[in-house]
Design a binder for this molecule. Structure first.
Ligand code: AQP
Length: 336
């Protein structure tokens, strides 16, 4: 049986990268999943506090991410939607896995190096240990498949390594090795201001990303201001090498239109960015405005969203609890 797990941090406005790189793929997986497959989509609020958060804003962001999941097509009747901190098993398994995680493995994680910046000794332990908690998120449900953007590939490899280390250490076959599902075209959407940086919630410039809450005028303005280069659009996909901004914008078009990048390059070959950007805007607005409108409607009904999270938490705890009991017994903890 497939068990599919993924999540997003409630650290701010969800953007096109989260949608195209992750959530849209979750919806596709949900819609073609076998009847006995289990799908869990988590709002990973414990990960969010690895960088400072305003408590009131964090609570609101949890509802916003929940609304975004549903607005993008995650159906709470078919998938479990919940926030991580309501299932104590995540933190409990985190500790067990932490005791099997050599520092050498964690020292290799590039996201910590990027996020901790120049002042590594000021960075908090939680940011360093984040990949172990992520492994616990996945393994707690004995997930078999994890759809993520390409930026999370290294963390997924660590989760597989930790699953293997636990199984070997205790002589069990308890954790399956979770498979990353990293899907094509939109695996890494880059910043609109700098084609070498990924689109990110925490980028200081709001012009670097298209948020799922942006209206049509804002989307048009952001695409119009998006960084380009002075050349016309290329005639072949090979000519995109060393043109990161052109590659990113054409890639976004291809992902939104569900077309191959080569076909999109051929369609706009030799054209100026200005005309292409107008068509990209039309496509982005057509795809995103139904999501934005549904999100607004859902956020006007917080009771409904609370109900979804409550039911999701019950369902997630129901799956997690027996797994955690098994793990604690295997480790040798006494229980009443
Ligand atoms: N730019 C991106 N392109 C493709 N996929 C992306 N994802 C994030 N950014 C891109 C995918 O979205 C899922 C949830 O990510 P997350 O919010 O939990 O953490 P993140 O990857 O750290 O995203 P951000 O936007 O960069 O958040 P902050 O700024 O808070 O760190 C993951 O599957 C991710 O791959």
């Amino acid at each position: 049986m497939s068990i599919i797990f993924s999540g997003v941090q409630p650290t701010g406005n969800l953007h096109l990268g989260n949608y195209l790189g992750a959530i849209r793929n979750w919806v596709a997986m949900q819609n073609r999943a076998a009847v006995d497959a289990k799908l869990l989509f988590c709002v990973v609020d414990q990960h969010a506090i690895t960088v400072p958060q305003d408590p009131k804003q964090l609570r609101q962001s949890i509802l916003e991410v929940t609304a975004a999941y549903i607005a993008c097509g995650i159906d709470p009747k078919r998938s479990v939607i919940f926030n991580q901190s309501t299932v104590p098993g995540h933190a409990q398994l985190n500790w067990v896995l932490a005791c099997h995680a050599p520092l050498g493995w964690l020292n290799r994680m590039t996201q910590f190096k990027e996020k901790s910046g120049k002042h590594k000794d000021q960075a908090v332990l939680g940011l360093y240990a984040y990949p172990v908690l992520m492994a616990a998120d996945i393994l707690l449900y004995r997930a078999t498949h994890v759809p993520v953007g390409e930026d999370q590939k290294q963390h997924l490899e660590l989760a597989r390594d930790l699953a293997g280390a636990y199984n070997r250490h205790y002589g069990v076959e308890f954790f399956p090795l979770p498979e990353p599902i990293i899907l094509g075209q939109a695996a890494r959407i880059m910043s609109l201001r700098d084609g070498s940086k990924k689109m990110s919630k925490s980028d200081e410039s709001d012009y670097s990303r298209i948020n799922l809450t942006d209206d049509a005028d804002i989307i048009a303005l952001k695409i119009q201001k998006a960084k380009t280069d002075p050349l016309p659009l290329p005639g072949t996909a090979e000519e995109l090498a060393n043109r990161p901004e052109a590659e990113n914008l054409l890639g976004i078009y291809a992902a939104l239109a569900d077309q191959d990048i080569k076909a999109v390059v051929a369609q706009f070959a030799g054209q100026q960015f200005s005309g292409f950007k107008k068509q990209l805007t039309e496509l982005a607005v057509a795809q995103l405005s139904p999501i934005t409108q549904t999100m607004r409607r859902l956020l006007a009904d917080p009771q409904y969203l609370h109900g979804v999270l409550r039911d999701g938490s019950d369902a997630a705890n129901h799956i997690a609890q027996p797994n955690l009991v098994n793990i604690y017994d295997t480790v040798g903890f006494w229980r009443a």
